[in-house]
Ligand binder design. Structure first.
Ligand code: ISL
Length: 566
């Protein structure tokens, strides 16, 4: 029997199929490619793989726009390839989690085609259709039913000439939002989820699941000074019926099934919201992806970032550790396919590349929660050096760039925003080896390979005890071997130096002391005198520097990380 909270001692690895491994030379990764690389995942020691969407899709948002939930996109393979991959993963003891994208579908989904066919269509209300604003002419600027801005720039409303109404899309115009108010929509989604679980998958990562319940009257949102569009976030984030829907989904889909893992992606969720989502007694989801720490460096906008103050990252993560300490559960992540590379963003990808990659990994993996490793993070992959717009591929980046340049921003400034924040940094091909396409494809990769693959690659790191990869292996093994990592309490324990993140984990007699210097400053004291006194003579369990030099009293060098046990 598996404990129902087995995922507390598990580590999840995210595969972005497009960029992981190509097997047929078309320059795009695929399911057979993933199967050919399972040795890497087994060696790393991860328990679960979350696959970004592989369903049939026109790929307007790289698969987050699904046109058939019960088929595989030909780019990635077939249902047969999928079954083979699932069986091969299960044979190695690795579980598989699917990406569930049900806030919206593709505009090419049969449901939407039917919905848009006429105002009388029985599926009309499966999506959000609204007439033009009173007194305006549909399709003309200003006629949009609300002033909301899309996540991908411009209005959330797309005019449909044929039926004389607008439809809502919080993301791209090719991603119309489903209307969860409609019971048939919910039934169709739950049936589809059961179909995948019956096929053998082990859970779901639920895309923007806290946006599925909207305030039905759809009021205008506040407009910031100098902006054209308003922010409708208050009317679609954590909406009035969200918890009801999640509990219904739990009853209809998950009840009576064991060994699953569910994680909701919840941008804008607070600690208090997260407690509600993840309190096991409420039967909603096991854990959520919160966004506070990946929003810290957003300035006036995502693409106008600001530098972080020392200690800000640790302070935010600590608030979440404490807030979900007694009820609920954290997901621990620094990267995914929407975020820049963590070693470039929070670390130092030049002088202290290895130390900062491993220090960040140490503080993240040894917190209370379930860690997620995004493909390539275990190698210390860095942001791409893209310098011209033609190198970027992501719809969010391309739209934001076009909008900025159209409104008078200098090209160099628009590019500089992307150089820091584009989602494409996470989407360059996985760096397997030093060969011309990094071992990713025999063809032309759909997005350029990072030129640093000649140094930063899996072949060079596997088996090298000093590599980022081998360090990740040890961290992952530690979670499996020590119940205190999965189940222990968390308490901050540092000396008050702003760059230090130190904490104790305790489970019965089992105690760990973790410290990471999240800065390039050297000679920094690790612990308060009281903590050092209690831990004097402790054994070094893991360190990203010479273990001989690491004692509780030794000051920390740049990006030093140490783990002690008593
Ligand atoms: O990166 C973002 C835009 O600035 C995020 O707000 C992102 O859109 C948000 O995290 C939701 O992401 C998820 O849903 C999107 C998809 O594009 C992302 O890849 C996915 O992770 C729409 O399905």
């Amino acid at each position: 029997v598996t404990a129902s909270d087995w995922w507390k001692s598990a580590v999840v690895y995210q595969v972005y199929p497009r960029s992981f491994q190509d097997s047929d030379g078309d320059g795009v990764g695929d399911l057979r490619g993933i199967r050919n690389r399972l040795d890497h995942l087994e060696r790393l020691g991860v328990d679960v793989v979350w696959l970004s969407p592989i369903y049939r899709s026109p790929q307007a948002d790289n698969g987050y726009d699904i046109s058939d939930y019960r088929d595989i996109d030909p780019t990635f393979g077939t249902l047969e390839d999928f079954d083979e991959l699932l069986a091969a993963m299960h044979a190695r003891g690795i579980k598989l989690v699917m990406d569930l994208v049900v806030n919206h579908t593709s505009d090419e989904h049969a449901w939407f085609a039917e919905s848009r066919s006429s105002r009388e269509s029985p599926k009309r209300d499966w999506y959000w259709w609204r007439p033009p604003r009173p007194g305006t002419v549909g399709g003309e600027p200003g006629a949009e039913p609300t002033n909301w801005e899309s996540f991908f720039s411009g209005s959330v409303w797309e005019w449909d000439e044929a039926t004389g109404e607008y439809y809502l899309h919080l993301f791209d115009r090719k991603q119309p939002d489903l209307n969860w108010e409609h019971p048939e929509v919910r039934r169709a989604v739950y049936d589809m989820m059961c179909w995948w679980l019956d096929r053998g998958v082990d859970g779901f990562r639920m895309d923007v699941i806290n946006l599925i319940s909207k305030h039905v009257e759809l009021p205008d949102g506040p407009v910031r000074l100098g902006r054209r569009w308003g922010d409708g976030g208050a009317f679609y984030t954590n909406g009035p019926r969200l918890h009801e829907y999640l509990q219904e989904m739990h009853r209809e889909v998950f009840d009576g099934r064991d060994g699953l893992i569910t994680v909701g992606e919840t941008p804008g969720a607070t600690v208090d919201d997260a407690v509600l989502f993840t309190d096991p007694a409420r039967r909603e989801v096991d854990m959520v992806f919160q966004f506070e720490h990946v929003g810290l460096d957003h300035g006036v906008s995502k693409f106008r970032p600001r530098p972080l103050e020392p200690g800000e990252l640790a302070a935010s993560l600590t608030r979440w550790q404490e807030g979900l300490h007694d009820t609920g559960w954290n997901s621990l992540y620094l990267e995914n396919h929407d975020q820049p590379r963590s070693v470039s963003r929070f670390g130092d990808d030049e002088a202290h590349w290895r130390a900062s990659a491993t220090a960040l990994a140490t503080m993240l993996h040894l917190q209370r929660g379930t860690p997620y490793v995004y493909q390539g993070q275990e190698l210390g992959m860095t942001n791409a050096p893209f310098a011209v717009i033609d190198e970027f591929r992501d719809v969010e980046s391309l739209n934001a760039y076009a909008e900025e340049v159209a409104s008078g921003t200098a090209v160099a400034d628009a590019i500089s925003g992307l150089s820091y924040m584009s989602r494409d940094h996470a989407r360059t091909p996985m760096q397997w080896d030093a060969s011309p396409n990094a071992g990713f494809t025999d063809g032309t990769p759909w997005i350029a390979v990072n030129p640093n693959h000649d140094r930063v690659n899996a072949a060079a790191q596997a088996g090298d005890p000093d590599s980022v990869f081998e360090y990740y292996r040890r961290l992952i093994a530690l979670r499996h071997e020590r119940p205190v990592v999965g189940h222990g309490s968390f308490e901050r324990a540092d000396a008050g130096h702003p760059a230090i993140f130190a904490f104790e984990r305790v489970l019965g007699d089992d105690r760990l002391l973790v410290v990471a210097n999240l800065s390039s400053a050297g000679h920094v004291p690790a612990f308060a005198a009281e903590v050092a006194a209690r831990w004097r003579g402790a054994r070094v369990l893991l360190a990203n520097e010479s273990e001989a030099a690491a004692s509780v009293d030794a000051p920390l060098g740049p990006w030093a990380a140490r783990v002690f046990e008593l």
